[in-house]
Design a protein. Sequence first.
Length: 192
Amino acid sequence: MAISNTGAASADITGPTGLGRIFVELRPQLERFLRRRVTCPQLAGDMASEVYLKLARATDFSGTIGEARRYLFRVASNHALDHIRVEGRRAEILRESAHLFDDVEPGPERGAMARSELELIEEALAELPPKVRTILVLSRVQGMTHAEIAAELGVSKSLVEKYVLRALLHCRRRVQALGDDSVVGDCFAARG
């Protein structure tokens, strides 16, 4: 079922499954839409994946294809606005608190904590299948875009997106299981 740009299609869409089908067709448009708001292609791709995850909670949605399309763009827009607000507030907090760190030197305790956090992340990464781990490293460590990774590995961009999401969710669950939310916040936040 192709989506018309006018949204005039009158087929009914219900629940997350119907929205998921519309999302798959609209994903490139949603990413362009998000890219114009957050200016980072990789972050826009990550945010589009997060929009898809939010569809699971849309169990009471029922409407036409046009309404589904508007709904998805509204969810994406709200997500982008939330991100912009959070980043603006984060920058403000950092500016206001920069003086607190002028005379601070990391001690041995912080070094031990950092090593412990790194070991935890390495364990979580080691549990991933090799291809998933490679794609995550290329994305998060090497800073490559999903499209660049897909071209380099000879796979589709959607497979790269799926593997990155799978890896991040695995690592997040693994770290959260140990109750160390500080690592979760630092390592698995959306990239900008």
